[in-house]
Design a binder for this molecule. Structure first.
Ligand code: HAM
Length: 421
């Protein structure tokens, strides 16, 4: 049986990987500039972390988690997102101890059992940042600015930033009651999922993609009318700072986001040409999450960018520069003794930081020369029996076709001098 990658997963092949490296290098550069340290957490965690962190009525938890028992009978889940894991790590390592703001970023695989389509996968990658310990609305704006700066540096325009405030728990409780009152008489018009959400998580109805629910939501109360003074002022400050940073936004009172930990600011950056999977970045504030996971009251804010979606957007605009080809030397050797010499020369060249490769398939000389041409070698070193007997090698410039006899001892220095790197 020919095995294939599982549905919703994909291989990133050597010919494609430069695109990922290009984006990741930009991310690392930018995060260093903004003062964020990289964090790497495990890809699986105790299932209870996500139940508590993300919320047990969310789609991610009820429908999308890869959860299994390990051989020790523990319930394990492949991380569907990384905010809960970062908070777990923050607590485990008592990173709150020094009272400093912690600014971290991560790049890695996440796993969600969802219906795969372009821009939606079961294993996907996120670049995310989390700021822990900063309650000022400046942190909200700085977080959004970092995502914006990344997209701008990558050359991506046509972005739309949607922001909202879903208040703190009390504003949200009042709003929930208003929403339930609004939707209860329309229950029969809601999709089955939303019928269930009505009393558990009515905010999610606003975010439902089903036409019947979109229709039923027309005229629904808006959260921005139920914010307390403090939450209202914080939201005004975030908007003010965004304006000062020259970042334009649209307030979308229906933006509620799919994870339960959010409080106050919620935002999404969309690249509309991607169609139904246009959200390339989503985030918000989660001032209650650290406490929920068992730590001291600590404000948090962050976002995550879907790397595959970002890549699709960049590819569609031809914004990923082709990689520079490194010049290289191919060593064509015939016979064991010549090979032995070839291997020594190969090491000498590599020690001089020159890319060098030798035949690994015991091909004929003709086959080796063909391979050198196909792989665009700049020069080929040819070593046969007669060359060995004369203590020389032939060095062929693959562009001009000119072949020179060079003393074995001088071969690597000759290449170093003539290879225009
Ligand atoms: P999220 O909105 O669930 O938020 O995911 C963030 C981004 O990950 C989405 O905007 C999308 O680009 C990408 N994404 C999500 N699911 C998939 C999928 N199945 N296939 C491809 N890409 C996907 C979070 O994960 C939060 N942890 C973000 C955050 C960090 N909030 C605060 N801090």
């Amino acid at each position: 049986m020919l095995m294939q990658a599982l549905r919703g997963t994909q291989d990133i092949l050597p010919k494609q990987v430069y695109k990922w490296n290009y984006i990741e290098n930009m991310i690392r550069h930018l995060c260093a500039l903004y003062g964020y340290g990289e964090i790497r957490t495990p890809m699986f965690e105790d299932t209870r972390l996500f139940l508590r962190g993300i919320g047990d009525t969310t789609d991610v938890v009820t429908k999308e988690m890869y959860t299994f028992s390990d051989r020790g009978g523990r319930s394990i889940t492949l991380r569907p997102e990384n905010t809960a894991s970062v908070v777990r790590s923050f607590l485990e390592h008592k990173m709150y101890g020094d009272q400093q703001v912690q600014k971290v970023f991560y790049i890695g695989s996440m796993f969600r059992y969802d219906r795969p389509q372009a821009g939606r996968y079961r294993e996907f990658h996120q670049f995310g940042v989390e700021i822990l310990g900063a309650k000022s609305p400046i942190a909200d704006a700085e977080c959004i600015a970092l995502a914006y700066d990344l997209f701008k540096r990558l050359g991506l325009n046509e972005l739309k930033l949607y922001i909202n405030s879903i208040g703190h728990s009390e504003c949200r409780n009042t709003y929930r009651r208003k929403l339930i009152e609004f939707f209860e008489p329309k229950t029969e018009h809601l999709c089955d999922d939303c019928k269930e959400r009505l009393h558990k998580n009515p905010l999610r109805i606003l975010d439902c993609k089903e036409d019947c629910c979109k229709h039923a939501s027309i005229g629904a109360p808006e959260i921005t009318d139920y914010l307390c003074d403090d939450c209202h002022n914080k939201f005004e400050d975030v908007k003010k700072y965004l304006t000062s940073m020259g970042i334009s936004y649209e307030v979308n009172p229906r933006l509620v986001r799919g994870l339960d930990y959010y409080t106050n600011t919620a935002f999404e950056i969309q690249y509309t040409p991607l169609g139904s999977q246009s959200a390339i970045c989503g985030g918000g504030r989660y001032d209650g999450l650290v406490e929920e996971i068992g730590g001291p009251t600590t404000p948090g804010i962050g976002f995550a960018v879907g790397m595959e979606r970002l890549l699709l957007a960049l590819e569609s605009q031809h914004l990923i520069p082709e990689p520079k080809e490194t010049k290289h030397i191919y060593i064509a050797a015939i016979g064991k003794e010549a090979m032995n010499l070839g291997i020594r020369l190969q090491k000498e060249l590599r020690d001089k930081e020159i890319r060098a490769e030798i035949d690994l398939q015991e091909k004929s000389l003709k086959g080796q020369m063909k391979y050198a041409g196909k792989t665009n070698a700049s020069m080929t070193i040819i070593i046969g029996e007669s060359e060995l007997a004369d203590g020389i090698v032939q060095i062929k410039d693959m562009n001009t076709g000119i072949q020179q006899k060079i003393n074995i001892a001088q071969a690597s220095s000759y290449i170093e001098e003539h290879l225009d790197i």
